[in-house]
Design a protein around this ligand. Structure first.
Ligand SMILES: NC(=O)C1=CN([C@@H]2O[C@H](COP(=O)(O)OP(=O)(O)OC[C@H]3O[C@@H](n4cnc5c(N)ncnc54)[C@H](OP(=O)(O)O)[C@@H]3O)[C@@H](O)[C@H]2O)[C@@H](O)CC1
Ligand SMILES: [K+]
Length: 516
């Protein structure tokens, strides 16, 4: 499933109309019919429905929906918010068809009091006030209407395309419909995957209105959801002839006197995710503590200074296939020097946490690298690396991630709800698993371990990273679906949930694995 911006959606519509030859009226009819099909399955015949329609084509979709619901015998009122003469184009045509079918329009203007009075008699509101064409802060009377609808908590609200009032591409929200369900036309919009806008959507349902894929390919950048089906399809298959070296020799670098847990979690997660052989490089001061925790790894104690890396690491003798550096290593000059040495190695490198701290000192080395560099910042780290505020990052997660990945030639994993993976050539993948249980210290360390293990087992780095992010979120989902609340899940619980998550994904992918 692809995700689009408002301007891409307009370009797709235009191309479909002008180049492919579908009429705007037929697209609107398809949209209204597709939305109505969902509504007919969900709304009970005894429920009273109000369709609230605005000036634009979102209102046009609403006219079609109101007509279909009435044709099926539903008690439905169509409230037209602007004066009728403001309705133009395809929407005007849809309104004519509605009226020619013998159905009545209720005009908001002049009947504002009646509207407010009626609102408490409805069970269901269909929000066709504003779609992707919203511009600037909400104007009267839309603002007041939306506030009244939101106040009536007993109403079930279905939004068409986007909840009215939210910017389609995401950003700050002042007033917007708080939908229970949003039925999006053809492709989800960015705002369904950024915050705070995603909170207004409720359940998201996408309906197909028959726009050919060619319109999408010609007019939208590559941005797609990474779903369970994609993971099941792309998980690597273990060959019967394999041995421990087949799945890569990984190196995890991290830890310091004050933070021994992070690097242990990274290593455990890597082992649970299929790393063949794993070595941990830790400051020799903390080696005795770390070594008691994991019997399955080899160790490479490095010289330490005040409990942290002193700066030396002998990477030549280690002979590894991939490296993850950062968890708990501290923000010292010694750590910086170790990371610089790591980046000079000709193997894929994952940088997380403290390894991102001296970003400006690494940029030029990273741009010269030929092997993959994978960075996994959370929004706070991303903001600091760019010298902007966290709000700036959150407001434009997709844009910022793309610009950063392309200009530095890295795979960027911008963490958060709906983690975005961006490849060096700018393709973007939105993760669909995970829940607030992951908003805890240690989550990132676990993800780094899974990524390290997956990139060693898969020859497609993008698929490996996207799968790792998905498995991480899905493991947390599995925990809260069973015996955990989102409050009590620990990062170590997530590691222990990796086996069942992989087990179920491999089962789902069995048919694909046979085909390969
Ligand atoms: N094109 C197609 O083929 C298809 C399009 N489709 C549908 O069309 C939708 C997009 O339609 P659109 O472009 O007409 O925009 P839309 O959001 O309905 O209304 C814009 C109007 O709202 C107003 N307005 C703007 N800002 C405002 C504000 N801050 N506060 C208050 N009012 C504000 C402004 O009107 P004004 O009052 O200023 O004259 C403006 O003209 C899309 O989401 C999908 O549902 C589907 O049918 C599939 C086929
Ligand atoms: K809407």
């Amino acid at each position: 499933m692809r995700v689009v911006t408002a301007s891409e959606m307009y370009a797709i519509d235009r191309y479909t109309i002008q180049q492919i030859g579908m009429s705007e009226e037929s697209l609107m009819e398809n949209a209204g019919q597709a939305v109505a099909t969902v509504l007919l399955e969900r709304i009970q015949p005894a429920q009273r429905v109000a369709v609230l329609a605005g000036t634009g084509n979102n209102g046009g979709d609403g006219f079609v929906v109101a007509r279909v619901l009435k044709s099926y015998g539903y008690t439905t009122d169509l409230w037209l918010i602007p004066p009728k003469e403001k309705v133009k184009g395809a929407a005007k045509k849809a309104l004519e068809i509605y009226e020619n079918s013998g159905y009545e329009v209720k005009n908001y203007i002049g009947n504002e009091k009646e509207f407010i009075e009626q609102l408490r008699h409805y069970d269901v509101i269909i929000d066709a006030l504003l779609g992707i064409g919203i511009n600037g802060a909400l104007r009267s009377p839309y603002k007041e209407i939306i506030e009244k609808v939101n106040e009536a908590k007993e109403l079930v609200v279905y939004a068409i395309d986007v909840p009215s009032g939210i910017p389609a591409d995401g950003g700050a929200v002042e007033t917007a419909i708080q939908a229970d369900v949003t039925i999006t036309i053809q492709y989800p919009k960015l705002s369904a995957y950024t915050f705070p806008t995603a909170d207004y959507y409720g359940e998201l349902i996408v309906v197909d209105i028959g726009i050919p894929p060619l319109s999408l390919e010609k007019n939208a950048e590559f941005r797609r959801l990474w779903s369970e089906a994609a993971v099941a399809r792309t998980l690597p298959v273990r060959k019967r002839s394999s041995h421990k070296g087949t799945y890569g020799k990984g190196l995890v670098i991290g830890g310091s006197r004050n933070m021994t847990g992070a690097v242990i979690m990274t290593a455990k997660a890597a082992l649970r995710s299929g790393a063949g052989l794993l070595t941990m490089a830790v400051p020799d001061d903390v080696y005795p503590v770390v070594a008691t925790h994991i019997p399955e790894v080899m160790y490479h104690p490095c010289s330490s200074l005040n409990g942290c890396f002193a700066g030396e690491i002998d990477l030549i003798t280690l002979d590894v296939d991939a490296i993850a550096a950062g968890p708990g290593m501290g923000r010292t000059m010694g750590a910086k020097s170790v990371v610089q040495k790591v980046l000079c190695q000709d193997v894929p490198v994952v940088l997380d946490a403290d390894a991102l701290y001296f970003w400006n000192d690494y940029v030029s080395i990273i741009r010269e690298r030929t092997e993959a560099t994978i960075l996994t910042p959370h929004p706070g780290e991303m903001a600091r690396m760019l010298g902007v505020s966290i709000d700036d990052v959150e407001r434009d997660r997709f844009g910022i991630a793309k610009q950063f990945a392309m200009s530095n030639g890295v795979y960027l994993v911008l963490k958060g709800p709906y983690t975005i993976v961006t490849t060096p050539d700018g393709k973007q993948y939105v993760n669909t698993s995970g829940n607030p249980a992951l908003a805890k210290g240690g989550s990132g360390d676990v993800l780094t371990g899974i990524i390290l293990a997956f990139i060693m087992q898969h020859d497609n780095i993008q698929e490996a990273i996207c799968n790792a992010v998905f498995v991480h979120g899905k493991a947390a989902d599995a925990l809260v679906e069973k015996e955990h609340s989102p409050m009590d899940v620990l990062a170590t619980d997530v590691i222990e949930a990796i086996p069942q998550t992989l087990f179920s994904l491999y089962k789902k992918g069995a048919s694909y694995q046979k085909q390969r």
